[in-house]
Write a protein that binds this ligand. Structure first.
Ligand SMILES: *[C@@H]1O[C@H](CO)[C@@H](O)[C@H](O)[C@H]1NC(C)=O
Ligand SMILES: *[C@@H]1O[C@H](CO)[C@@H](O)[C@H](O)[C@H]1NC(C)=O
Ligand SMILES: *[C@@H]1O[C@H](CO)[C@@H](O)[C@H](O)[C@H]1NC(C)=O
Ligand SMILES: *[C@@H]1O[C@H](CO)[C@@H](O)[C@H](O)[C@H]1NC(C)=O
Ligand SMILES: *[C@@H]1O[C@H](CO)[C@@H](O)[C@H](O)[C@H]1NC(C)=O
Ligand SMILES: *[C@@H]1O[C@H](CO)[C@@H](O)[C@H](O)[C@H]1NC(C)=O
Length: 372
């Protein structure tokens, strides 16, 4: 049984990389493609990514990647065109000492590294606005939205390019290290892949009251809804409401109303309407770059979670207030925005499914082979 499985491994690996390259090409936005440095500059000579990681001085990761458990990741590095946001040696040591990275747990290391990796070759000058890039962290528990998997944010803050999971941001400290088949930007912090919403919320000081309320009222299940956008009022908003004096049903109603179906990061929020998990409508507006939800302003956007995204708002939304009342015609255009449609049966999504299953099959065989 095992013997026959092993024979299929090289075939599966070949299939995985053929599908991956095709998928990566189909996903690379045309603007980025035309903006990227000419491919001749990137393919002529140069080290491969693993050699380059070592050359940047990030020696701990470089050594780790040479271990047998990382063969699939090494093959991914050497056969696909990718952009790697590589944590510096100092960042890796920091993450090891604070427990956010444990290199002795292969799956943990692979999750973290694939979260720093995006398809296509993106020199730093191609990122000129906030955007969310699909990473190679593509397991069954991480958020999936159309063709995009667990995303990381990339934005330009002044002249510094930042990469973020929404809780912690890393600065690019050495950009544009060109490799044979990709490009590396060295960053100063390890980005831990987004965790579930209840855990993520405990890491945001402005949401201390919200976190307390959702725990005390047993609402963590509601916050764990898959493919969800959570509008979470900040501490000031709850104080203003005087939540201590509010009856339980009002608190439950307002928290649930703020949980919306579908993943809408700030770049997706356009004037229109969304549907809450309660079935009621939530109204989105945008004025000079400020985004409001039923009049409540988003004061901290795009805190990524493993199931979607959280935005902090400055007042508690009341579904019975007139700001929430919208006539039905208003809601239709936004709800059908293509990127929000889940499980679109495009060629690209079929390829991604094929890619995932191939990866799962390879991992299963590897696990068998590692076994005693
Ligand atoms: C950002 O890049 C896109 C395409 O790469 C370009 O069309 C756009 O003008 C750029 N914006 C700025 C502000 O440079
Ligand atoms: C890393 O994980 C291993 C295996 O689970 C564990 O024994 C070790 O204590 C962990 N290291 C740290 C620093 O947490
Ligand atoms: C899948 O990814 C999530 C992060 O989004 C991580 O917490 C989880 O451990 C991963 N699952 C597996 C099986 O690696
Ligand atoms: C959270 O709840 C604990 C006890 O349940 C309380 O001591 C603490 O002050 C609360 N914090 C906030 C910000 O509401
Ligand atoms: C939350 O759940 C616990 C245990 O199931 C229960 O004792 C408690 O009364 C619940 N709290 C609320 C506010 O429903
Ligand atoms: C946008 O938000 C900022 C910060 O809350 C505020 O100072 C500014 O007046 C807002 N702009 C508009 C047009 O509402």
């Amino acid at each position: 049984m095992l013997f026959s499985l092993r024979r299929w491994r090289p075939v599966l690996i070949a299939a995985y990389f053929i599908i991956s390259s095709a998928t990566a090409m189909s996903q690379t936005p045309s603007a980025t493609r035309s903006n990227a440095a000419p491919s001749s500059a990137l393919t002529s000579g140069g080290n491969d990514i693993v050699q380059s990681i070592s050359a940047t001085g990030s020696t701990t990761l470089a050594k780790t990647l040479l271990l047998p458990n990382y063969i699939t990741l090494r093959q991914l590095f050497s056969t696909s065109k990718v952009t790697l946001f590589l944590p510096s040696e100092a960042a890796v040591q920091q993450a090891i000492s604070d427990g956010s990275l444990n290199l002795t747990i292969t799956q943990n290391t692979i999750n973290v590294l694939t979260y720093h990796l995006i398809a296509g070759i993106h020199p730093i000058n191609t990122f000129n606005a906030t955007q969310f890039q699909s990473s190679f962290l593509r397991n069954h528990t991480s958020v999936k939205q159309g063709n995009r998997f667990q995303v990381l944010g990339v934005s330009l803050e002044g002249s510094t390019l930042q990469v973020t999971n929404g809780v912690v941001s890393a600065n690019v400290i050495t950009p544009n290290i060109q490799c044979k088949n990709g490009i590396i930007h060295v960053i100063d912090t390890v980005l831990v892949p987004p965790k579930n919403a209840p855990t993520t919320i405990t890491q945001i000081p402005e949401l201390a009251t919200y976190s307390n309320i959702t725990q005390n009222y047993n609402l963590t299940g509601v916050l764990s809804s898959q493919q969800a956008t959570i509008f979470a009022p900040n501490n000031g908003a709850w104080n203003q409401l005087g939540y201590f004096t509010q009856p339980e049903d009002i608190i439950l109603r307002d928290v649930k109303y703020g949980v919306v179906r579908g993943v809408y990061r700030s770049t997706d929020l356009q004037p229109g309407a969304l549907t809450s998990i309660t079935g009621q409508v939530v109204k989105v507006d945008r004025v000079d770059g400020n985004i409001t939800i039923n009049g409540a302003q988003i004061v901290h956007a795009d805190i990524l979670t493993s199931a979607g995204v959280v935005h902090v708002i400055d007042s508690v939304m009341d579904p019975t207030e007139s700001s929430a009342a919208i006539d039905a015609s208003f809601s239709s255009h936004y709800l059908s925005t293509p990127s929000m449609i889940q499980g679109s049966k495009s060629m690209a999504s079929i390829m991604i499914i094929a890619q995932q299953w191939t990866a799962v099959a390879i991992a299963a065989i590897d696990k068998e082979m590692e076994g005693p």
